[in-house]
Design a protein around this ligand. Structure first.
Ligand SMILES: Nc1ncnc2c1ncn2[C@@H]1O[C@H](COP(=O)(O)OP(=O)(O)OP(=O)(O)O)[C@@H](O)[C@H]1O
Ligand SMILES: [Mg+2]
Length: 253
């Protein structure tokens, strides 16, 4: 698919005298998983906030599905959903109640049915009637993502979807994201984990020093930055592989 879902040109944003975004450019095609990679404070959340109309840029342009984020913010809001860096769940409500609430707010027909379908899809049916503040971190993230799917947005923003999750929960979220993209949804996710970008993203952009310093598929990035020298070493399992082997979970699919 060659449709452009997200277009960002020369985006600038300062907070007081601190210039966080100094001219950010990138494009995300429809149906793609795009990872915005950057360290703490690089400006990932600022970028996502501008693209999801929560914040205005000082300069530059951005559009979602052809709608300008500043001039056509209502249409943008109807095309997107945002799962913020910190879960937007109401802990006093049960998982089911959270979903029904969002479905009603978005004016979706048959909110109860929609909630039940999402609970099943995200393996939350058993926990559906427990208060969400008793959920584990992984369950909260899954509920959060489930909430963002209500109304079937064309573009989904996931701001650090797996920060703070254990490896098992991280795999669950990864599989969910892959499934979503498989059904045609465009996904922009931010992450500070190189491995996450490597596992999930069709294309990766590295945000550093206020600009995108490089963009491409993993293969393209590897080609641009070939290893300085070839070394032959015995491959040791990573701690993550050991951890998953011990607790008896294999990566699915
Ligand atoms: N509302 C604000 N007012 C002042 N400074 C801000 C504001 N929002 C962000 N900043 C600053 O802008 C910079 C970029 O912040 P941002 O949250 O976009 O980074 P990030 O890449 O999402 O980082 P993290 O990985 O920690 O989430 C930081 O230095 C931050 O302190
Ligand atoms: Mg952030």
């Amino acid at each position: 698919m060659n449709h452009v879902a997200i277009s960002v040109k020369g985006l600038k944003k300062s907070f007081k005298d601190k210039e966080v975004l100094k001219g950010v450019d990138f494009e995300v095609r429809s149906g793609e998983i795009f990872a915005l990679l950057g360290s703490n404070g690089a400006g990932k959340t600022t970028t996502v906030n501008i693209l999801s109309t929560l914040m205005k840029p000082d300069n530059g342009e951005a559009s979602i599905c052809g709608f300008d984020v500043t001039r056509q913010s209502d249409s943008v809001r109807q095309s997107i959903s945002l799962t913020g860096q910190f879960a937007a769940i109401d802990g006093m409500l049960t998982g089911r109640e959270n979903l029904i609430l969002v479905a009603k707010l978005r004016g979706v027909p048959k909110p109860i049915q929609v909630a039940d379908q999402l609970l099943a899809k995200f393996s939350l049916t058993e926990a559906a009637d427990r208060r969400a503040d008793q959920y584990s971190g992984g369950m909260k993230r899954r509920l959060d993502i489930a909430m963002s799917l209500i109304g079937k947005p064309a573009v989904i923003f996931l701001d650090e979807p797996t920060t703070g999750l254990d490896p098992e929960a991280r795999l669950e979220v990864w599989n969910t994201v892959k499934e979503l993209a498989g059904s045609g949804t465009t996904i922009l996710l931010t992450t500070q984990y190189l491995e996450e970008a490597e596992q999930l993203a069709d294309r990766i952009a590295i945000l550093h020093g206020g600009t995108i310093i490089t963009t491409g598929t993993l293969a393209e990035l590897k080609e641009k930055f070939p290893p300085a020298k070839v070394e032959y070493i015995e491959k040791q399992p990573t701690l993550e592989e050991i951890f998953l082997a011990i607790i008896g979970k294999k990566e699915e699919k």
